[in-house]
Design a protein around this ligand. Structure first.
Ligand code: PAF
Length: 285
């Protein structure tokens, strides 16, 4: 496995791989890798000749009051995870390598970024789309892998790739959970013991919503009510949003008749966690 910190060196290696006709899979990450990332890397390794993992805590996707400075980092452990999961190259640039001081260009995806996390984190998706576009240009992968836990990010990147004609397949991979159901996240490390227990309320509330759907519920407002009631029963939890949206264009739905995304963001103490599931009415008839 190669470990590279400059764009030029990465491009040189990619050029050699392309000359040999190798296919390339990219797994963009911000490091502090967990089993969710590991599953993306393994899938990439099973579908491509070469796998690149980028590890870059991208400053421009964090708002001024967010956790850029405290975002967890552990490069030594990340290297081991990458190596064991089948990575061929880690690209780990410094912010100065990725961004020119006087850069004035960014990538904005409209509409899809207005709701859900986009409404709470105004510059977030512009930062994500800009860095992901840059990574696509540097690595020129055939396929790129993203977790379904960040469902809005996945939908936004799919749309960006279509709109900007990137010749890259975007592969969404299922949420990986702890044994008790909490979705794996690098931010879980912020939770105290009592908060860790309280955090189970996210998945539990979603399970109740899924049960309601299985029992024939078609009103989004009823689902929202079921979820909010459960979350509000947990004293350490504070709802940031509960949204029921179309899974492709992310527009809110009132009556459930197609493929929907049920997405929530909840503060557990100071830590903001997200979780979701998609539901396709036709698959469940
Ligand atoms: O999902 C993430 O970890 C980040 O948003 C990403 C896609 C690596 C861009 O910085």
């Amino acid at each position: 496995m190669e470990f590279v910190q400059t764009i030029q060196e990465t491009k040189n290696i990619i050029k050699e791989w392309e000359k040999s006709g190798f296919t390339i899979g990219l797994v963009p990450t911000m490091g502090f890798l967990h089993e969710g990332h590991e599953s993306l890397i393994k899938k990439a390794a099973s579908e491509n000749d070469k796998v690149v993992v980028s590890i870059f805590v991208n400053p421009i996707q964090f708002g001024p009051t967010e956790d850029l400075d405290t975002y967890p980092r552990n490069l030594d452990r990340d290297k081991k995870v990458c190596e064991n999961a089948g990575t061929n190259l880690i690209f780990n640039p410094a912010p100065e390598e990725m961004y020119f001081d006087n850069a004035v260009t960014s990538v904005t995806v409209g509409e899809l970024t207005n709701g859900l996390c986009g409404s709470k984190r105004p510059i977030h998706f512009q930062g994500v789309c800009t860095v992901v576009s840059k990574l696509f240009n540097i690595v020129t992968p055939d396929k790129a892998y993203f977790g379904e836990k960040d469902a809005q990010q996945l939908a936004v990147i799919k749309r960006m790739v279509r709109d900007l004609n990137f010749d890259i397949d975007i592969i969404g991979c299922p949420i990986v959970r702890e044994e008790d159901g909490l979705a794996k996240s690098s931010r879980n490390t912020y939770l105290s013991d009592s908060e860790r227990k309280a955090a189970l309320v996210l998945n539990e509330s979603l399970k109740l919503a899924k049960k309601a759907l299985e029992n024939g519920e078609v009103h989004a407002s009823k689902l929202t009510h079921v979820i909010s009631e459960k979350i509000n029963s947990e004293p350490l939890a504070k709802i940031d949003y509960i949204e029921i949206v179309d899974s492709i264009d992310l527009k809110p739905v009132c009556k459930i008749s197609s493929s929907i995304l049920v997405a929530i963001a909840v503060y557990i103490g100071k830590t903001r966690l997200i979780d979701n599931f998609t539901w396709n009415t036709n698959d469940n008839k």
